[in-house]
Design a protein around this ligand. Sequence first.
Ligand SMILES: NC(=O)c1ccc[n+]([C@@H]2O[C@H](COP(=O)([O-])OP(=O)(O)OC[C@H]3O[C@@H](n4cnc5c(N)ncnc54)[C@H](O)[C@@H]3O)[C@@H](O)[C@H]2O)c1
Length: 280
Amino acid sequence: MTTISMSGRTALVTGGGAGIGRGIAEAFGRLGARVIVAEIDPVRAENVRGALAALGVDAYVSVTDVRDGVQVDTLMGEVARRYGALDVLINNVGDFLYIVKPFEQTTEADWSALYDINLRHIFLVTRAAIPLLRKASSGASIVNISTIEAFRGIPNAALYSAFKAAITGFTKSLALELGPAGIRVNAIAPETTATEQVKPGVYIRPQYRDNTPRWIPLGRFGEPSDAAGCAVFLATELSAWVTGTTIHLDGGALAAGGWYRTPTGEWTNTPVVTDSGFGA
Ligand SMILES: NC(=O)c1ccc[n+]([C@@H]2O[C@H](COP(=O)([O-])OP(=O)(O)OC[C@H]3O[C@@H](n4cnc5c(N)ncnc54)[C@H](O)[C@@H]3O)[C@@H](O)[C@H]2O)c1
């Protein structure tokens, strides 16, 4: 096996200013890639610009709202002008927008907002990027960031779950369309990962925070570096024969299903907490 390198490769990461996206952007940069970040938040954009510069990465950080087709086209025009081609696209932006309520109480404004931030921008960015991905010198890779909640139910987040589940269908079908062009399309579905959006240290009641081994077989929540590891695999020749699939990045939580461990380490499928576990 060759040493992993992304030298000479150009990668675009949406939402690369924080969390999982930033972890991926920095990992790609460390491996020698040219890194483009599309980030809506100017402060986060400035922060990741500084971090990538400190790593000596050839980077272009753009303050872009990927939900806006005009801004996406402008970004892609700039990428074409600067680099001429794109080897890797990471569609990372996604958010539950704190819309946590029974489906029957959701509004059409909720539906639109969750569609825009979890699915529609993937269509916009991917369609605009395909001409540049076709120009990649040795095959290209698209990676869509889904969630483990696309593969199991989640109460009071049916819309988020539905749009994330749709990423699976898009990923599979696009993989068929683009396979002949040498463009692979895959997805990563993370379980709870410590980021700006999801803060296990804040959301999980203190008495349960140290109990992750009881519900995640590998014993901890995820870190952006876990997602970065999967993204490196899917973006490089390590996964040269992998397309149309999703990596469940979840410490074994999906495999465990409804099985948990008691305080004494026995497996049970009976709830082992006496309240929701969420909150301060
Ligand atoms: N953190 C988790 O536990 C978790 C679990 C499952 C799936 N995910 C998925 O992983 C992805 C990243 O999540 P995260 O937790 O790192 O999020 P995050 O909110 O911490 O980071 C996302 C970044 O995207 C930027 N962004 C938001 N809207 C944007 C837009 N319209 N245009 C450009 N940039 C935009 C934000 O400013 C932020 O910098 C999302 O798709 C999310 O659904 C996260």
